[in-house]
Design a protein around this ligand. Sequence first.
Ligand SMILES: Cc1ncc(COP(=O)(O)O)c(C=O)c1O
Length: 402
Amino acid sequence: MADYFPAPGRNHLFVPGPTNIPDKVIQAMARNNEDHRSPAFPTLSKTCLEDVKKLFATEKGHAFIFPSTGTGGWESALTNTLSPGDKIVSFRVGQFSLLWIDQMQRLNFDVDVVDSEWGAGANLDVLQSKLASDHGHKIKAVCVVHNETSTGVTNSIAKVREILDRNRHPALLLVDGVSSIGAIPFKFDEWRVDVALTGSQKALSLPTGLAVVCASPKALEAAKHAKSTRVFFDWGDYLKFFENGTYWPYTPSIQLLYGLRAALDILFQEGLDQVYERHHRLAEGTRRAVAAWGLKLATKDPQWKSNTVTAVMVPPGFDSGEVVKVAWKKYNLSLGVGLNNVKGKLFRIGHLGSLNEVSILGALAGVEMTLRDVGINVTPGSGVAAAVEYFRSTTPMIKSRL
Ligand SMILES: Cc1ncc(COP(=O)(O)O)c(C=O)c1O
């Protein structure tokens, strides 16, 4: 097998997706193809489609699994529920919300863009005033990225729902949960989300290749009337095959579905509450390390801090791209770069998926060495020590080893 840049030890993968794949998941996927029309295959399909809903905390929602990525999930959410020219309110707070808005515009929706400075969250005061003045209910959907991966910003979907309710506004609520679902609590039913979506390469710790989309009964109803052209992502096709118990309108990703089954089993064995607590703990330890280094988060206010990605500003005069480059070249550590508006200004430590305290400490030690290598004069051991003490005092015993 070609290894273009061989290095001793393992690659320490701390980009905010694609994430580390557990050995059990890799083993579950290492299998031959099989006949997806055999009487056995629907059993696997059915359990995946049912169990994946637990990550969304929904009983009312309907799950779809597409051979696709998060970007396909976006398209599925939009084209199944809306018609060309429909008015959408959406928030541009970083690179992924920017790309989703670009997709909305290219699909010919009328997007009312609410900009925030990158590092801030969605401006909900502006949402309130837009909904309050929309007496004719021209706004058909509000689209929010739950966790903006480029800046480490988590928006409150509960607050968006509260504003829709306060204004008795019937707009659909469409949510990108690509870097949140499965790592940060997501309450599809409680927040009355209409469509939410994620991709397999993030909290699910799978390869890229599945878009997991969940639709509310209101979204399914909207799909009956939505006039956007859709073929590959048409929920209607999926629903027909769902009803006849064969589940797939075209060939499913067989190995990825076995991987998904294994990934869900691993998450459920740990317990979803424990998974969310672990993500909070790893994020908080990382934030304490950043504070101990004397560096700033890109996240402008603690209300938006993300439990899946920490975006760290480098001091003026330094290039964050250099941090990422040296970490990879010298320590075999992969960090996330700054994208678009924040290129060169921040680097990102992804802490989602199959990780624990000791693996994070390795990454923090690597970051600490790299910062010093590029001339950012942090005190040796300071960030690691802050995280060590936080982890020591907050990490519970492993459930299966009590
Ligand atoms: C929040 C968010 N939304 C959407 C996407 C796009 O997903 P994909 O690259 O799987 O198409 C990403 C990718 O990182 C993301 O972080």
